[in-house]
Design a binder for this molecule. Structure first.
Ligand code: ZN
Length: 227
C-alpha cells in the first residue's frame, strides 16, 4: 500500500491537531521509511521481477525488521515514547503508536503472503489485494480522498504557503502513485534504497513546512502549539 498510508497520516490530524502533520505522517509510513535503510545495509532483501501488474514488480524476500508485527509494536512504542518525552502530548503519542501499527495491518491486506508476524517466526500473512489493480486503486484512492478531505477541512491555511504547500504535497503524492503505476520498475535494489531515503526526507520536510502554515479549525484544537 502507498497512498493509503498517507491517508492515515492526514486523517490523524483530526484526532491530534496539536501534532505536526510531519510526525503524524511519518508514523504510518515508518515501516517504509526504515525499509530502504535496512535494504542498503543488507539486513533486508527484495528482488525486482518486472510484472504486467505494477504492484507486483517487487518480491519482498525478507523484511523482518521493518515489516513484522512484533517490530511494528516495538517501533510504535519507541516513536510514541520519544514523542511523549519531548512534547508531553498524550493524544499525539497514542495516535503515533496506532499509526505505526496501522502500516502492518494495511500491508497485510494488500501484499501477497510475505508479511512476517515476528522477525524469528516463519508465519507470513497477506490477503493479496494487489493481485487486483482496479481493486487496489479503488480502495487506496477512496482512503486518500477521505484523508485529504479530513485534513483540509480540519485545518485552515494561514497564508499562501499553507495553501499551496499543502495542495502541492497532495499533488506530489498523487504523481508518485501514478509513476508507480505507469512508470518502469526500479533498476536496482540500491536505487530503491537511496530513492526511498531521499523521498522520505523530502516528504517529511515538505510536510512539516506546509503544516506549520496551517492552523487547526476545530473548536477543541484552537491552542496553537505544534511540537
Ligand atoms: Zn510497507
Amino acid at each position: 500500500m502507498f497512498i493509503g498510508h498517507f491517508a492515515v497520516g492526514f486523517a490523524s490530524k483530526r484526532v491530534a491537531p496539536r501534532s505536526s502533520l510531519a510526525v503524524l505522517l511519518a508514523a504510518p509510513l515508518l515501516a517504509d521509511l526504515l525499509w530502504p535503510a535496512f535494504l542498503l545495509v543488507g539486513a533486508e532483501r527484495v528482488e525486482i521481477h518486472p510484472s504486467s501488474n505494477p504492484f507486483l514488480n517487487l518480491t519482498f524476500v525478507s523484511y523482518p525488521w521493518s515489516h513484522s508485527l512484533v517490530m511494528g509494536l516495538v517501533w510504535a512504542a519507541l516513536f510514541a515514547g520519544i514523542y511523549f518525552a519531548l512534547t508531553r502530548y498524550r493524544t499525539g503519542a497514542w495516535v503515533i503508536a496506532i499509526g505505526v501499527v496501522s502500516h502492518w495491518v494495511l500491508d497485510v491486506v494488500t501484499h501477497r503472503p510475505d508479511m512476517p508476524v515476528s522477525p524469528w517466526g516463519s508465519t507470513l500473512l497477506g490477503f493479496g489485494l494487489w493481485e487486483s489493480v482496479p481493486g487496489t486503486v479503488a480502495v487506496e484512492s477512496m482512503m486518500f480522498i477521505a484523508g485529504v478531505w479530513l485534513y483540509s477541512t480540519g485545518t485552515a491555511a494561514r497564508d499562501r504557503i499553507g495553501r499551496y504547500g499543502w495542495w502541492g504535497l497532495v499533488a506530489f503524492t498523487v504523481i508518485g502513485y501514478l509513476m508507480n503505476l505507469f512508470g518502469s520498475p526500479p533498476p536496482t535494489v540500491t536505487a530503491i534504497g537511496w530513492m526511498g531515503l531521499a523521498l522520505g526526507i523530502l516528504t517529511a520536510g515538505w510536510t512539516w513546512w506546509a503544516d506549520r502554515h496551517r492552523i487547526p479549525t476545530k473548536a477543541s484544537s484552537v491552542i496553537r502549539t505544534t511540537p
